[in-house]
Design a protein around this ligand. Structure first.
Ligand code: ASP
Length: 440
């Protein structure tokens, strides 16, 4: 197929621009692919294990200022990373760096500080590539209430599309009064998708440090393989369950616009990657089980009350307690007289006692049991996941490995089964399930 007239948006993740050598790799990719007309970048990420991401350092500096601790050392590390990149791109950044330092010192808001990594890396990348820099404040819009403003963004991006090759910082945009607002962590992926939809790209190339999605996280499981194709829905399931390749919200803008995403490695671009395409292509994945993903550290709150099944509004009152405390609920398995609510432990953020009291007052249960920070959740994702055989394999393989199942959530999605195991069994359970389901 002749792709010469196509337009691609390429997003480069933090690890892809963490060092001057890697900036060169980005240059090679962009200059050899004529489709790439728009580039979205993250802030520099980790250059090696144990290194710090620039965004984490900026947030640390912000916290240091707000608690009266000197931030000089933290800022020196940030400045050093940017200076090395700027040297490679032959661009002067002293004025920009000083403006950032001054902004942090004068206690500018958190989102402003957090956004400066993407801002400066986009400026440097634009100079390096010979592209125009377009600030995200000029084209990624939020409403005054802080919600992403799709229509205003679409209009602004239409004018971006007329300006020729450009680099846009990921992760943030602006409220109508110009105040900077960030997306959730990992949000440059979202910016890339929004830009791809806004400029009407043919494809969204997402360059990261791995050649696409694997059947499981290789840091947890051995013997994983690349997944060549995924549907948008499978990506949602895997990303939400813990696959750390793409920010889970990324798919929405491109799915709506019918634009495929190709995830590739900046370090091995020839190795191919994962193509994420509309749901109709479901049958193209030859494997029945697409992959598995999981996360540790969930808390389960179980309420018991005799006659719960006859009572109207019990679950609603229980959920309202979590909603009032702005705590997202992940799962809610129930039986005749009991109801469990499963939440990520980090969501509770020290509010467990408040939640317990709220449940006591509003639901008057006979008993509340809290299994704090004990459970890991694993999602098995694939088009045959609800088949009898898959379920039998899940249960029997875990049994053979002596891993007790604490919860099974099944049926609400045709594409995934969620299994709860103890945190301590997480790695073993991931390896066991992967071996049983993904290696055939
Ligand atoms: N730099 C931001 C983060 O570390 C956003 C991103 O990398 O996508 O979360």
């Amino acid at each position: 197929m002749n792709t010469d007239n196509q337009t691609a948006v390429a997003k480069f993740g933090g690890s892809s621009i963490a060092t001057p050598e890697r900036l060169q790799l980005v240059g090679n990719i962009v200059h050899t692919d004529p489709r790439i007309k728009y580039v979205v970048v993250s802030a520099p990420g980790k250059a090696q294990q144990g290194d710090n991401k620039v965004t984490d350092l900026l947030l640390l500096a912000h916290q240091e200022v707000s608690t009266g601790v000197p931030f000089t050392n933290t800022f020196a590390i940030i400045a050093q990373k940017f200076k090395a990149l700027a040297l490679e791109a032959r661009v002067a950044i002293e004025v920009e760096l000083e403006a950032i330092r001054y902004g942090i010192a004068s206690a500018k808001p958190r989102d402003w500080v957090a956004s400066r990594g993407e801002y400066l890396s986009a400026k440097i990348t634009a100079a390096f590539l010979g592209f125009t820099f377009i600030d995200a404040t000029e084209c990624i819009c939020f409403t005054a209430g802080g919600k992403f403003d799709k229509e205003a963004t679409r209009q602004k991006l239409q004018s971006v599309a007329k300006q020729g090759p450009a680099v846009i910082p990921g992760f943030y945009g602006a409220l109508p009064d110009g105040t900077i607002k960030t997306f959730p962590r990992g949000g440059s992926d979202i910016t890339g998708a929004i830009v791809a939809a806004g400029v009407g790209a043919d494809i969204y190339l997402n360059y990261t440090d791995v050649p696409g999605f694997l059947t499981a996280d290789p840091k947890v499981v051995s013997g994983t393989r690349q997944i060549p194709r995924l549907t948008f829905r499978e990506v949602r399931e895997l990303s939400y369950a813990g696959a750390n390749v793409l920010q889970a919200e990324t798919v929405f803008p491109v799915r709506e616009a019918g634009i495929p995403i190709l995830i590739l490695s900046t370090f091995e671009p020839k190795k191919g990657g994962t193509l994420i395409c509309p749901d109709q292509s479901l049958n193209e994945n030859p494997h029945d089980i697409t992959g598995i993903a999981g996360r540790e550290n969930f808390t389960r709150v179980t309420l018991e009350r005799a006659g719960m099944n006859e009572e109207h509004g019990f679950a609603e009152r229980a959920l309202a307690v979590f909603a009032h405390n702005a705590i997202s609920v992940e799962h809610m398995p129930s039986s005749v007289d009991s109801l469990s609510i499963v939440v990520a432990h980090s969501e509770l953020n020290g509010r467990l006692e408040t939640v317990r009291q709220g449940l006591q007052t509003d639901c008057a249960p006979d008993n509340i049991q809290i299994a704090q920070n004990e459970m890991a959740l694993i999602a098995v994702v694939g088009k045959s996941v609800l088949g009898e055989e898959t379920l039998a394999v899940i249960v029997s393989s875990l049994r053979q490995a002596h891993i007790p199942i604490r919860m099974i959530n099944l049926g609400s999605s045709k594409l995934s089964v969620i299994i709860g195991v103890e945190n301590a069994s997480f790695k073993n359970a991931m390896q066991t399930l992967h071996q049983a389901l993904c290696t055939k």
